[in-house]
Design a binder for this molecule. Structure first.
Ligand code: HEM
Length: 377
């Protein structure tokens, strides 16, 4: 949902926050590769442990908070991503204990307050879903601050990302006029996800299994009801977006099924396969799909679609198949190289995005970018 008719924060602030998010992504990937076993410099002793927080908060949290701030045009909303970025920096600086997680939690609270504000302006299933997603993020951050195992926080961060994206998709599928049963099916799956997250705090294995069932359910729901299925036959960018979305829903189903099959794992190859089917297969496919909408809106530029966009998408899925296949088959070399290729594909995607950006003639509005995205599906 967008309310802004013009970008109200200075461009430098948007650029700074975007740079912070990209920095979080790059450091997060480096940390992930070290965790995977690449014998590279650790840079900072805390870095490997911070891989999950860097990715879920420092990168995705900052990006999502920034997108909400630009979308609403509320100046105070920028405090959310700014605090999350600061919290990430504090943790990276090696300040022990709660200061980094606390700042991050405060930032996520502000982002959630923005989302609640949107529910009040437009009470609807999609705004409520995103607000619950924000609350899940706050919950995960509190668990991180309270020094629960990161594997528990990771389930809450999963809830944050999946509900945020599902809410976005619900919004864009509004024109399909979903039937009551379809809406209730969605609510049921989302509610089960929340129940699973809560249960995981006391009974990790049972909670993870419930989360897995909910994710599989949500993926089937998205495959069935999302507008994407109808847009595959369209040409150009609409077709690319639809294919990226559907491929991501496939990975969400894989992640859900694996979470049920291996419920209770909190480290090692099966854990890696579950988390990254969701975080790379689903979340990154969504990022690839929405990049032509989000980047122009945040940066105030245009993005020219090209069939070149398919290259990172196809390579993302191929490299993830190698990694998850290696995880499940007990083949460490495939996991190692698959992970490295995942990172390379993300860099390729960033490069491909940058070279597709063009200065936009006339005034740039977030609302205009969103209207354009709705038109293209
Ligand atoms: C190039 C990409 C990535 C690599 C190489 C990578 C690598 C890893 C590794 C090796 C682990 C530990 C798994 C184990 O115990 O064996 C892990 C955990 C985790 N990853 Fe990733 N990852 C990547 C992308 C992502 C992304 C995009 C996210 C997004 C949220 C993410 C979030 C997490 C989380 C939350 C954990 C669990 C936290 C923890 O145990 O510290 N990762 N990752």
């Amino acid at each position: 949902m967008n309310l802004a008719t013009h970008a109200t924060a200075p461009r430098w602030l948007r650029l700074l926050l975007l740079a912070a998010a990209v920095g979080g992504l790059l450091l997060g990937m480096w940390a992930g590769l070290i965790r995977l076993g690449w014998p590279w410099p650790v840079l900072r002793p805390v870095l490997p442990v911070l891989h999950g927080p860097l990715m879920a908060c420092g990168f995705l949290g900052v990006l999502i908070g920034l997108e909400r701030a630009v979308g609403t045009g509320w100046r105070w909303a920028y405090a959310g991503p700014a605090l999350v970025a600061t919290g990430t920096l504090v943790a990276l600086a090696g300040v022990p204990g709660w200061p980094g997680p606390l700042l991050t939690t405060l930032g996520s609270l502000i982002v959630t307050a923005v989302l609640v504000g949107l529910v009040r302006i437009q009470p609807a299933l999609f705004t409520a879903t995103m607000a619950v997603g924000g609350a899940a993020w706050v919950g995960g951050n509190l668990l991180w601050m309270a020094r629960f195992p990161l594997s528990v926080a990771a389930l809450w961060w999963t809830g944050f990302l999946v509900l945020t994206i599902a809410g976005e998709r619900l919004e864009l599928s509004r024109m399909l006029r979903l039937s009551r049963p379809a809406q209730w099916l969605f609510v049921g799956a989302a509610a089960l996800l929340v129940v699973g997250m809560i249960v995981s705090v006391a009974a990790y294995s049972a909670g993870m299994a419930l989360v897995g069932i909910a994710l599989a359910g949500l993926s089937l729901w998205l495959l069935r009801y999302d507008i994407a299925r109808r847009r595959v036959k369209a040409g150009g960018q609409a077709r690319f977006t639809a294919i990226a979305l559907l491929s991501g829903y496939g990975w969400l189903a894989v992640g859900g099924v694996l979470a049920v099959a291996y419920a209770g794992v909190s480290a090692g190859p099966y854990y890696d396969a579950i988390l990254h089917s969701i975080f790379l297969g689903f979340v990154f496919a969504m990022i690839f799909a929405h990049a032509p909408i989000v980047f122009p809106a945040v940066l105030g530029v245009a993005m020219v679609y090209s069939t070149r966009f398919y290259a990172p998408l196809v390579l993302l899925h191929a490299s993830l198949l190698l990694r998850v296949g290696g995880d499940l088959a007990g083949w460490p070399q495939a996991r190692l190289w698959g992970g490295l290729l995942n990172a390379a594909v993300i860099l390729l995607f960033l490069a491909s995005t940058v070279i597709s950006l063009r200065p936009r003639a006339g005034a740039t509005t977030y609302a205009a970018a969103q209207r354009e995205s709705a038109r293209r599906g």
